[in-house]
Write a protein that binds this ligand. Structure first.
Ligand code: MCN
Ligand code: CUN
Length: 789
């Protein structure tokens, strides 16, 4: 199905080339931030709050300063002198770097201990004595919205409630009218739980300020090095650290998953300390700090409604969201989209009207919201629409696969204008679902289910046919703090025909060193093996917005193709000159130009590149380099059809995922093996929130599962055998027809699993359960419905 135009030696698009980066990774030779060791480097550790909400009465650093090796203890009061105790968030809110008087969530940073070794810093951290006056924490977002609740953000002058923002999309009046007239209306209240990425590498940095040259090198775990350089310059410009004096280097990253997009206080403190003491400062989080204090994901409370006919035609949807943002809005959204791309919640279905609204609220929890392969909240949107589609099918007694087939947007109706304002680029939803049904053997499974039900056995089949939206820009709509969302590629081909290419994105494990090389190989015919890809150093890479929201292929991948085509145009000119023909007489085949009808008159790309340095036409610019900043005309809309089969043990509620078939459509595929890896990992990160993961807080705001002993990350043991496949609908506006894929499986799979479990339980009148659906939740629901007599 996947067509390769290039030979294996060139390894352009469609080849399952082995990952170039794995040569170092599998030998333990990756170079991560904690591998960086600089002369005179100091170590930082952070004292954190045991309370979710408390006044700080006093911080006594005297004992900590006595710990051998401790050189300084920094508090909010110290930073206040430099006006560095607060910083802006991506959503134009404010966040404490270190508090001066109040802590707002458990595990919040309170003081930083700087020492000559990591051990001394840790001992010092334990010796910092903080006197707190605990206050009643506000943990429940609904309670926090109540006007009678105390105002949490007393630092904001004039703030009289805990409401952050209201946002809406779609047509409210029209939607209400359709709902009031519809024959069938279904409604569920759902919570998409607060979860946390558990990348193998935690966050950290080495801040290296060189006093003599007034220059900061910031080695750090960031998915967006250039944006952070600009943010640091905006924050520290007033002390003389202007943007040309800052270099951000993001070395190898051991998983990002969105958790390495935000600016964490630890980074800023490390910079401040290095600036003040003139020595490099290393800060590396431990596992519990990462889980308890870093950017969380999701935490959306959704009232979801669907209106339709008795026969199964969807007419309208209505979604009302309460978003628990913690104590500040530090979600890593594009600036104009406070609820991310949640308004894609109309899904893959063709109906006229929808209304989506969201309100965000402050609570005494850590900030975040956008992470964990979410495509800016598409995970929440897809869960809502796919759960409701099944809910509606159940209500009218129609097969959920048939209901979907009857409501899908047809492939000839693309580009399709959604009722909430998106223009879907392409898709073939019928083909995707049909393929998934064929692979899983849908009709036979339904027969088996009938037989099992007759015997009192619980078996469920769940479907999710989702539409994703990835690739931010276009820059006319998408920006981060005003910086427009494009991305970039710079290709430099050396005289011997080998190349280096640099990008504004930053791989955290996605395999960019391989796939970007393959894109360039496809366009120029230079073997991918001979194309060195570099990312993550702001001194060398062209400016870009970074890697998240599955945007690297849609933006920087496109930039690579366009830049390579500029070079091919130059190669054509040189070929015409060398072969003494007109450019029109030349034909291109990956790796060479030849004269039409005379294939023996040929110049290889390597010969043409060499000529660009040695023998080019008079007046032509020397060299073989091109740069492109790509601003996508639209987002790309990957899609998927997932089917999950579960067997449930009625007595214990134990859930066994028997089959999971995932048919993805990410347009043209660059590297099938890498895409399969992305899908396997993404599906595992889908089963995680569906069945295992949730950050739980008690009423006082204490996190109840703040270690990996209690927070259940699925392993290979819990993962079913993923059965994957593809449908290919190229993106019509992307230079190589590719769509992003990195997040699709995480976005699309949780509702397939939830739908399967609820399908199994539906004979007992169970219509919805919130994820994570645990054996206890299943058992409890069955008990409440009288399943145990
Ligand atoms: N690809 C391809 N053909 C396509 C689409 C993509 O071969 N049609 C390849 C790409 O070339 C790239 C990989 O698949 O090597 C993912 O590409 P893309 O979908 O563009 O996503 P990004 O590279 O922008 O990665 C971001 C995405 C996000 S947002 C999260 S979160 C996530 C994910 O990737 N975090 C990851 N996958 C991850 N995988 C690993 N190993 N580690 C993470 O932190
Ligand atoms: Cu929402 S997680 Mo990824 O966009 O880095």
């Amino acid at each position: 199905m996947i067509q390769c135009k290039t030979s294996k030696a060139i390894s352009g698009m469609g080849h399952s080339m082995k990952r170039k980066e794995d040569i170092r990774f599998i030998q333990g030779r990756g170079h991560y931030v904690d591998d960086i060791k600089l002369d005179g480097m100091l170590y930082m550790d952070i004292t954190r709050s045991p309370y979710a909400y408390a006044k700080i009465k006093n911080i006594d650093i005297s004992e900590a300063m006595k710990v051998p090796g401790v050189v300084a203890v920094i508090t909010g009061k110290d930073l206040e002198k430099y006006n560095l105790h607060w910083m802006p968030t991506i959503m134009s809110d404010t966040q404490m770097v270190l508090p001066t008087d109040t802590v707002m969530y458990q595990a919040q940073e309170v003081a930083a201990v700087i020492a000559t070794s990591r051990y001394a810093a840790r001992d010092g951290r334990e010796a910092v004595k903080v006197e707190y006056e605990p206050m009643q924490a506000l943990v429940d977002p609904f309670k926090a919205m109540d006007p009678s609740s105390p105002v949490l953000r007393t630092d904001k002058p004039g703030k009289t409630d805990n409401h952050i923002w209201h946002w809406e999309a779609g047509d409210k009046a029209k939607t209400e009218k359709v709902f009031s007239e519809a024959a069938v209306v279904v409604k569920e209240q759902m919570h998409i739980p607060r979860i946390h990425v558990s990348s193998i590498e935690t966050c950290g940095c080495v801040a290296d300020y060189d006093k003599i040259n007034n220059h900061l090198t910031m080695y750090m775990t960031t998915q967006a090095p250039h944006v952070l350089r600009t943010v640091f310059a905006l924050v520290a410009g007033h002390v003389g650290l202007t943007e040309e004096k800052i270099r951000v280097v993001s070395p190898d990253i051991g998983g990002g998953f969105g958790g390495k997009v935000p600016v964490y206080p630890g980074y800023v403190i490390a910079i401040a300390v290095s600036f003040l003491v003139g020595k490099p400062v290393k800060w590396i989080e431990d596992r519990s700090e990462n889980l308890q204090a870093d950017s969380f994901a999701r935490d959306y409370h959704i009232t979801a409604e669907m209106a339709g006919t008795k026969e199964g035609k969807i007419l309208a949807t209505r979604f009302k969201v309460l978003a628990d943002h913690g104590y500040t809005d530090a979600a890593a959204n594009p600036s104009k989209y406070p609820a991310g791309l949640f308004s894609i919640a109309t899904g893959s279905y063709d109906y006229g009207t929808a209304f989506v609204e969201a309100d965000a609220v402050y609570t005494n929890k850590p900030p975040g919201g956008v992470a964990y392969r979410c495509s800016f909240r598409v995970t929440e949107a897809v869960h809502a629409i796919e759960r409701m589609t099944d809910r509606y099918a159940l209500e009218i007694g129609k097969d959920p696969a048939q209901l979907r087939m009857d409501n899908f947007i047809k492939k000839e109706d693309f580009p399709w204008h959604s009722p909430t304002g998106w223009i879907y680029d392409s898709g073939d939803y019928h083909a995707g679902l049909q393929k998934a049904m064929d692979v899983v053997g849908y009709a036979d499974l339904r027969k088996e289910q009938v037989e099992k039900r007759a015997k009192g056995e619980l078996m469920g089949i769940g479907i999710s046919t989702f539409t994703e939206i990835v690739g931010a820009g276009p820059s006319k709509d998408f920006d981060i703090l005003g910086i427009k969302m494009f991305d970039s590629a710079e290709i430099r081909v050396h005289p011997t025909g080998k190349a280096i290419a640099r990008f504004g994105t930053k791989s955290q494990g996605q395999g960019h060193e391989t796939t970007y090389a393959q894109i360039i190989a496809e366009e120029l015919g230079i073997p991918a093996e001979n194309i060195q890809v570099e990312e993550g150093d702001t001194d060398t890479a062209p400016y870009g917005l970074g890697t998240y929201a599955s945007r690297s292929t849609p933006t920087a991948g496109a930039a690579a193709a366009v830049a390579a085509r500029k070079l091919r145009d130059k190669a054509r000119k040189i070929a015409a000159y060398l072969l003494e023909v007109s450019e029109d007489d030349l034909e291109w085949e990956p790796g060479k130009f030849f004269v039409k009808g005379a294939p023996e008159k040929v110049k290889t790309i390597q010969e043409l590149v060499f000529a660009a340095y040695t023998n080019f036409p008079q007046g032509m610019e020397a060299g073989f380099e091109a740069t492109h900043y790509y601003d996508p005309p639209n987002l790309t809309f990957p899609s998927g059809a997932y089917i999950c089969v579960v067997d449930i043990d009625k007595e214990t509620g134990g859930i066994h995922v028997r089959r999971f078939v995932a048919i993805d459509d990410c347009g043209h595929i660059i590297n099938p093996m890498i895409v399969q890896g992305q899908v396997h990992g993404g599906l595992t990160q889908g089963i995680a929130p569906a069945m295992y993961e949730e950050l739980i807080y008690d009423e006082a705001g204490n996190i109840l599962n703040g270690t990996l002993m209690d927070y259940l990350v699925p392993t290979a043991v819990e993962s079913p055998k993923w059965e994957t496949g593809h449908v290919v609908t190229p993106s019509p506006h992307h230079p190589i027809g590719a769509k992003g894929v990195g997040e699709s499986p995480t976005v699309g799979s949780p509702p397939a699993i939830a739908n399967a479990i609820i399908d199994a339980l539906s004979p007992f009148g169970i219509t919805h359960l919130d994820i994570p659906i645990t054996p206890f939740k299943v058992w409890k629901a069955l008990k409440e419905k009288g399943a145990y007599g």
